[in-house]
Design a protein around this ligand. Structure first.
Ligand SMILES: [Fe+2]
Length: 399
């Protein structure tokens, strides 16, 4: 299960901890004095920080233009924004917000210096031309603990509809130039968003941990993040959302999830989230959160059926890893691999219920939609290749 050789991408300089937002003016100044400040519709204002951020930038002699991103970014939005702002001479882009802002600002920083459409560079969409890597420096400041996008080299774009897609703009240079993770920005995040984002972060730790291309380094990072998920996910969404230590634990887990996924890939939950998010207007974190228990159940069942036979799609060591996560989440080492795998599935089912993750049907997804979702799914770095019937069953359990 563990590769002997691996490649590990660079990670950005990180300022992590309560109150760290205060370093933003100094960090921004290191790139220039003309900034594009991109925020979400509400998160920064809800945290009472917007005026504070603006004042800090002014005092540091930074002129800024403000822009709001209030939905998962579309290619039209990125193209239109860059066409409008291209000649403004920005020297730094600052993105403060949830996953949509972090990815949208990343894409804008990547496309501001270029006059073509971002569609040209989306994987499997448009002309499939590689991005040059030339961009405006980008500072990412997440206000939710979910996508881990502050640590990654890709920005997800979506177009929702019958021909919809969710695809990435990707280049090593798109890894943000600086990251500020301040849990004080996260305490105002409401429970249902905290739950969806938190389950996304969890999935982005579990899937790289089980990935066939996992390395000892990604395993160590993923496991460290999973420990924080165990201690903080349910409290953050229930009775301790205002606790900075709990929020810091989730922010740390989310940050590591970005590093883990960037270096070990993702499994079937994300392989299904891509077509589902393209066809239906359902938040990414909800898709991951609602599917991860069912997907873990399907993966474990398929691994048992196929044994350790790689030719048959099995993956030696994967069940032991699932059992290790089961033990981490409160199982019992003495009870053996099978018992701890079952315990893990039961724990994830319990989380799904406690966190009240909506079913797919709540977003208009019907049994008749499953075939085209399965058609667009990717097993790429899943620990076992699930066939069409297994994928249909996995989805049906969450309709
Ligand atoms: Fe995700």
């Amino acid at each position: 299960m563990v590769n002997t050789g691996f490649t590990f991408s660079r990670i950005p300089p990180v300022h992590f901890g309560a109150g760290k937002l205060a370093v933003l003016p100094k960090v921004a100044s290191s790139f220039g004095t003309e900034a594009l400040l991109i925020t979400g519709a509400t998160s920064l204002k809800a945290a009472g920080r917007m005026a504070h951020v603006e004042e800090g930038l002014r005092q540091a002699g930074i002129r800024f233009h403000s822009l709001v991103i209030d939905a998962e970014p579309s290619t039209d939005f990125i193209d239109g924004t860059c066409a409008r702002l291209r000649d403004r001479g920005f020297q730094v882009v600052i993105g403060i917000g949830g996953g949509s802002v972090i990815d949208g600002a990343k894409a804008i920083s990547a496309m501001l210096p270029h006059s073509n459409s971002v569609l040209d560079h989306l994987e499997d969409v448009g002309r499939n031309v590689a991005h040059s890597g030339v961009k405006i420096p980008y500072i990412a400041v997440p206000t939710t603990s979910g996508t881990g996008g502050e640590m990654t080299k890709n920005a997800v774009m979506s177009m929702v509809g019958p021909e919809g897609y969710k695809k990435s703009l990707r280049h090593d240079n798109l890894i943000p130039d600086a990251v500020i993770v301040d849990p004080e920005l996260m305490v105002s995040c409401p429970p249902h968003i905290t739950a969806a984002c938190g389950m996304d972060a969890f999935t982005q730790l579990l899937e790289p941990y089980l990935s066939p291309i996992a390395s000892p380094l990604t395993d160590a990072l993923a496991f460290s993040g999973l420990e924080r998920i165990r201690d903080n996910l349910v409290p953050a969404c229930t009775d301790r959302g205002g606790d900075l230590e709990v929020r810091a634990g989730m922010a740390y887990a989310s940050m590591l999830s970005g590093v883990a996924l960037a270096n070990a890939g993702l499994g079937i939950v994300h392989g299904l989230a891509s077509p589902i998010g393209g066809f239906f207007p359902i938040p990414h974190g909800v898709v991951c959160g609602t599917l991860v228990a069912s997907a873990t159940e399907s993966n474990i069942a398929a691994l048992r059926k196929r044994g350790g036979d790689i030719q048959a799609g099995g993956n030696p060591g994967a069940l032991a890893k699932y059992a290790k996560v089961g033990i981490l989440f409160g199982g019992a080492a003495g009870k053996g691999e099978a018992w701890n795998c079952d315990y893990l599935v039961e724990t994830l089912r319990a989380w799904t219920a406690i966190l009240e993750l909506p079913r797919l049907g709540a977003y208009g997804i019907r049994a008749s939609d499953l075939d085209r979702i399965v058609e667009g799914a990717s097993n790429r770095h899943n620990p076992v290749k699930l066939d069409r019937r297994e994928l249909g069953e996995l989805l049906s359990r969450r309709l």
